[in-house]
Design a protein around this ligand. Sequence first.
Ligand code: MG
Ligand code: ZN
Length: 227
Amino acid sequence: MKKVVSVVEDILSANDRLAELNRSRLDRSGVFAINVMASPGAGKTSLIVRTVEALKTEFRIGAVNGDLATTIDADRIANTGIVTVQVNTGGACHLDAPMLQSALAHLPLDELDLLIVENVGNLVCPAGFKLGVHRNILIASVPEGDDKPYKYPVMYQDVDALVLNKIDVLAAFDFNIDYFRRGVEILNPNLAFFPLSCKTGEGLAAWFEWLRNEVRGYVSGRTGADR
Ligand code: MG
Ligand code: ZN
């Protein structure tokens, strides 16, 4: 039992060391990176496509798309015209730091301001594997139900921003947004919360504004450090 635990710890600490190298690599090129996590069908790709369309005139954006086997999502993102690297996880249900390291080697990092990483659709283990990005984003969606923060606390604990997608169907799914929010606040009182609909566009502006400020804050912080 003790040995099993230490093996898992070794794997995670090896991953964390590589995540730190990824962060250094990103910082060397001045690329602000976000990791987008969610269960399958919550709208990761839809939010990424909307975000790229809204911000691509302000920032030079690249994407990494983690997927079990297909290139459907990567193709959708690449259709926005930005450079996109597909990571085929070969069945692994999350991205890890070595996979992101490989993807970074295929990106023109010196020509990017923002890198959006779409993790594999999974609400369980992506949170356990640090990638070295600057912010972690979780997308929940109304059809999944308002009890998800209570059932998957680990996913909600360490993220910096939470998007609640598909608010256009709140009534149809009898989703209690106050109950959902209370569950989130117990776990992570300081996170930024964005209820929105990628379909109707409602609420998207607040999310764009938050991300815009995060990227600008990163860029200006670096400029300050260089002086
Ligand atoms: Mg997707
Ligand atoms: Zn996994």
